[in-house]
Design a protein around this ligand. Structure first.
Ligand SMILES: Cc1cc2nc3c(=O)[nH]c(=O)nc-3n(C[C@H](O)[C@H](O)[C@H](O)COP(=O)(O)OP(=O)(O)OC[C@H]3O[C@@H](n4cnc5c(N)ncnc54)[C@H](O)[C@@H]3O)c2cc1C
Length: 386
C-alpha cells in the first residue's frame, strides 16, 4: 500500500516493526485505535538473531496475533543438548518444544498481521521523531499522535534522543553469528554456557541450514571473534564464514521505559533475558502491554497516564529480568561455577525447572529456590527472598 500524506493524525504512532512494534500495532489496531506503523526498512528484512522461539514466544504469538502458529518455515525440536565451560551436561530428550526459524520471514509475517488488523503501513520510510510535539516526519509528510510507542531496537534512536544513549556500554551484551544455509539440520539444538565470557554459544538447526553464534557481556569479551572461532572449532566447523555482530541488550533494562508520552518497548527498553538471551517473547509482550496502556490512557482522555500504566503492566518482565541478573554471577563466577555445573548436570529436576521456565510455564522463582538448596550459605542469603 502506498501513502503520501502531507500531514496525518493518528491515535498512536509505533516506531519499529520488529516483534515489539508489530505486537504493539496489532494490539492497538485490534482495540480500535488508528495506528501508524513506521520502520525505515522494507519488509521482509533481515535481523541478526538465532531465531529461537521458545514455548513462551509461541504462546505469546498465539495470544497477541491470534493465529495458531506463525505461517513461516520452522524447525521443531524437543531435545536440547546442554554444555557448560566445555563440559557435556547431557541432553534433555523430551524437553518442551523449541521452534527455530529465520527472522526475515517471521518478522514479515508479524507485520502482515498488524496491517491486516488495520495498522497503516509506513514501512520502508526513513523518519525522525520530534518528542515535544509527538510528530514523526517521514519524507512524504508528517504523522502526529498523542502517544508514541518506540520499538526501534537495541540502537533505539528514540532512547538516544530521550536519554542521550540507547544503552549503557558497561553492561550491554554483544553477539556474533554465522549462517550455514546449506547445512542439513541434522545437528542438535545445542546451548553452551560460557562459550563467551558471561555468555553462551548456540547451535540452532533451521529448516534450511544452521545458525551458530556466541554472545556475552561486551566489556568482558575483548576478543569475541576469538570466542566464536573457538566455538566453531568445538563444533567441528573450520571453514571461513561471513560473521555478523549486534548488541544484545541484556542485564540492564530501563526501569522507566520512556518519558512523557513516549513508551519504549522490546530491545529499546533493554528487555533481553541475561541468562537465556531470549528477547522475542519479552519484545512481543512489552509491545502488546504498551499498546494496552495507550488504549486505556486514551479511553480515559489522559495520555499522560500511559507511561505509568505501562510500567505497572510490565513489572512482571522486570521482576524476571532482575531474578535472571541475580543468578548470572552464580553461573559465571569462577568460585561458584563448579557448584552450578554439578547441580545442572546431576539434577534432572533443576534442568526441568529451567526448561519449564524457558517454556513460559514458570518464572525464575523455582530455579532460584532449587539453587539456594544446593549452593553455599552466603549465596543462599544473596538470592533468598524469592
Ligand atoms: C545474535 C543474536 C541472536 C539472538 N537470538 C535470539 C533467539 O534465538 N531468540 C530470541 O528470543 N531472541 C534472540 N535475540 C534477541 C532478539 O533478536 C531481540 O530481543 C528482538 O529482535 C527484539 O525485538 P524488537 O522488536 O524490540 O527489536 P528489533 O527486532 O530489532 O526491531 C526493531 C525495528 O526498529 C526499526 N528501526 C530502527 N530505527 C528506527 C527508527 N528510527 N524509526 C522506526 N523504526 C526503526 C528496525 O529497522 C527494526 O525493524 C538475539 C539477538 C541477537 C543480536
Amino acid at each position: 500500500m502506498s501513502h503520501r500524506p502531507r500531514h496525518r493524525n493518528f491515535d498512536l504512532i509505533v516506531l519499529g516493526a520488529g516483534p515489539a512494534g508489530a505486537a504493539a500495532a496489532v494490539t492497538s489496531a485490534g482495540a480500535g485505535l488508528s495506528v501508524a506503523l513506521v520502520d525505515p526498512r522494507h519488509f521482509p528484512r533481515d535481523k541478526l538473531c538465532g531465531g529461537g522461539l521458545t514455548g513462551r514466544s509461541m504462546r505469546l504469538y498465539r495470544e497477541i496475533f491470534g493465529q495458531a502458529v506463525p505461517p513461516v518455515p520452522l524447525e521443531r525440536r524437543d531435545a536440547i543438548a546442554f554444555h557448560a565451560f566445555g563440559e557435556d551436561l547431557g541432553t534433555d530428550r523430551d524437553a518442551p518444544p523449541v521452534h527455530l526459524g529465520m527472522r526475515c520471514s517471521f518478522d514479515h509475517a508479524l507485520v502482515e498481521h498488524a496491517l491486516c488488523a488495520g495498522a497503516v503501513d509506513f514501512t520502508g520510510r526513513t523518519c525522525t521523531l520530534d518528542v515535544d510535539t509527538g510528530t514523526v516526519t517521514i519524507e512524504a509528510g508528517q504523522l502526529r499522535a498523542p502517544l508514541i510507542i518506540a520499538a526501534d531496537g537495541v540502537n533505539s534512536p528514540t532512547a538516544r534522543h530521550l536519554f542521550g544513549t540507547p544503552f549503557d556500554r558497561r553492561t550491554i551484551g554483544f553477539a556474533l553469528e554465522v549462517e550455514l544455509p546449506d547445512r542439513a539440520p541434522e545437528r542438535a539444538l545445542r546451548i553452551d554456557f560460557g562459550a563467551a565470557e558471561w555468555g553462551y554459544g548456540w547451535q540452532f538447526p533451521k529448516p534450511a541450514g544452521l545458525t551458530i553464534g556466541v554472545g556475552g557481556v561486551l566489556s568482558r569479551n575483548a576478543d569475541m571473534k576469538g570466542a566464536l572461532r573457538r566455538y566453531l572449532d568445538t563444533l567441528g566447523i573450520h571453514e571461513s564464514l561471513p560473521v555478523k555482530g549486534q548488541f544484545l541488550p541484556f542485564g540492564a533494562f530501563r526501569a522507566v521505559p520512556g518519558r512523557g508520552r513516549v513508551l519504549l518497548a522490546g530491545d529499546a527498553a533493554g528487555l533481553v533475558d541475561p541468562l537465556t538471551g531470549e528477547g522475542i517473547a519479552h519484545a512481543m509482550l512489552s509491545g502488546a502491554e504498551a499498546a494496552r496502556a495507550c488504549t486505556d490512557a486514551l479511553a480515559a482522555n489522559d495520555p499522560d497516564s500511559a507511561l505509568p500504566l505501562y510500567r505497572k503492566r510490565i513489572a512482571p518482565i522486570h521482576t524476571a529480568l532482575r531474578h535472571a541478573a541475580r543468578l548470572r554471577p552464580i553461573l559465571f563466577s569462577e568460585s561458584l561455577r563448579p557448584a552450578f555445573i554439578r547441580s545442572f548436570r546431576d539434577s534432572r529436576s533443576l534442568r526441568r525447572e529451567y526448561l519449564a521456565m524457558l517454556d513460559g510455564q514458570t518464572d525464575y522463582g523455582p530455579i532460584m529456590r532449587r539453587m539456594a538448596l544446593r549452593l553455599p550459605g552466603f549465596v543462599m542469603r544473596a538470592i533468598r527472598g524469592v
